[in-house]
Design a protein around this ligand. Structure first.
Ligand SMILES: [Zn+2]
Length: 142
């Protein structure tokens, strides 16, 4: 995973409306930058839908959260769990998860950016509407 994307992803053009955060975060291939409006500190998380083998009949929906290529957390059936209890990023993820349904509150604390690519399929976004939504036209129609 390319960590130089950290800098690239803070592009005001690629800001995400917090109302769309759930959709974008769970797009399947979302590289998102969360920036504190207070401290300007930021974290980049890559949230990928986990692929299951044909032998898995539980069909639980699982997303893995990566930071700098390291798997740090999992959303399984909308429950958040952490790989290491001592990871300082846990608190940030927990905060985002706790407030994800309160976009106005998130908006006061965080600026959220995508990397200019579709959060579902990873293709480069080109038209202004798609850039605003973080998801391309084909993936929106699915
Ligand atoms: Zn797409």
């Amino acid at each position: 995973m390319d960590i130089t994307l950290n800098n690239m992803s803070i592009n005001p053009e690629f800001v995400i409306d917090p109302k769309l955060l759930v959709q974008v975060m769970l797009g399947g291939n979302a590289l998102l930058t969360f920036e504190s409006k207070k401290t300007k500190d930021h974290r980049v998380f890559h949230i990928r839908k986990d692929t299951y083998s044909k032998k898995d009949f539980t069909k639980a929906v699982r997303y893995k959260v990566f930071r700098n290529g390291m798997w740090i957390a999992t959303f399984t059936d909308m429950q958040l769990s952490f790989i290491s209890v001592s990871n300082p990023d846990n608190k940030i993820l927990e905060w985002i998860w706790d407030h994800i349904l309160d976009p106005a509150y998130i908006d006061r604390q965080l600026a959220i950016y995508h990397n200019g690519k579709c959060c579902v399929c990873g293709r480069q976004l080109t038209d202004p509407e798609s850039i605003k939504l973080g998801i391309g036209p084909t993936c929106r129609d699915k």
